[in-house]
Design a protein around this ligand. Sequence first.
Ligand code: ZN
Length: 234
Amino acid sequence: MALPKLDVPRYPVTIPSTGEEFVMRPYLVKEEKVLLLAMESQDPKQIALAIRNLIINCIEGELDLDTLASFDIEKLFLELRGISVGEKIQIQSKCQECEHPNDVEIDIKDIILKDHDPNSNIIKLSDTVGVTMRYPTIDLLNDMEGDLDSLDTLMNIVTSCINTIFDNENIYDCKKENIKEVQDFVDNLTSDQFKLISSFFQNTPVLEYDLKFNCEKCEHESSYELRGLQSFFT
Ligand SMILES: [Zn+2]
């Protein structure tokens, strides 16, 4: 006999870096199992893959995860977890005085994307010419193995992350332009202009939470700044 199926609720969700809106459903018990197994493995690659698959399954519509910044994926996952298993996360944190491990509860709503300014991606290079930027995707950063501080790598990242180039008359979509021409554009920037663009990456938003708790053993108040998704799931 066919048993009744339950309706799954749906929630609106906004992609932080682009402002695009989508609809998301909570993850199901069978999907949570896969996630928990990945987390137990403590293998960052498995965890990233499980999170990625969860988001793909639960978001409706055409969302290309490969174009998202890593903080987009982290924020989406937090929201997904919030609607799926609740807004509270339990973590264990050591007292800064006596090192006693304390159980502390975090509200997902209080985890913020720090430094997130939706307009920071528009950079004017002169009175008439400017660029709009996008944040590096996880894949791009993985491809840029080696020295992330070298000028070559930085120039490659900058070239890959220029979304559009604009002047008073036109907006040029760099995905549609010849990559060589975009490289030439970057090569011909002045040092000051290049610094303007690269400062965009230094202000990449990060998930952040100020953790404060009084130790249950010695009552000392500890405070930590938690940054990045992995610090909430240890
Ligand atoms: Zn203590």
